[in-house]
Write a new protein. Structure first.
Length: 128
């Protein structure tokens, strides 16, 4: 938050602090879009953040970095992708999400189809 204040963005950023699972659901329900703002490192190149699935479960669009780990599950049209480490591209995708609600709604539907294929009840059967 010190960096946020230093940049004069404290009116635009709300830090909610540590939250339990119920509060996380409430926070996601209260947002317009889920953003996965990963920094570039070896882990973020290969992981698939569960936050993506949490947002899709609640019908929220997701803007995520285009990485191998995420693309192991999601195709190019299942999420709104930005180039990992490129803040300007992320900003463009946020503007796109705001300006194109019908296209974004279709993207959410495709993302939810992926999510539904990977619910725990389905994964449990596959792993049994």
């Amino acid at each position: 938050m010190e960096s946020v204040r230093h940049r004069g963005l404290d009116r635009s950023v709300d830090y909610l602090g540590v939250r339990n699972i119920e509060e996380i659901v409430e926070a996601i329900e209260g947002c317009d879009v889920g953003i996965i703002p990963n920094h570039r490192n070896i882990f973020t190149e290969i992981n698939t953040p569960t936050r993506i699935f949490e947002c899709l479960a609640l019908g929220k669009p997701v803007i995520a970095p285009k990485t191998k780990g995420i693309q192991d599950y999601f195709g190019d049209n299942d999420l709104i992708f930005f180039k990992l480490g490129d803040a300007n591209d992320l900003a463009r995708k946020i503007e796109f999400a705001f300006s194109h609600p019908l296209e974004v709604a279709e993207t959410v539907k495709r993302g939810q189809e992926v999510y539904l294929c990977h619910t725990w009840s389905r994964e449990r059967r596959r792993l049994a």
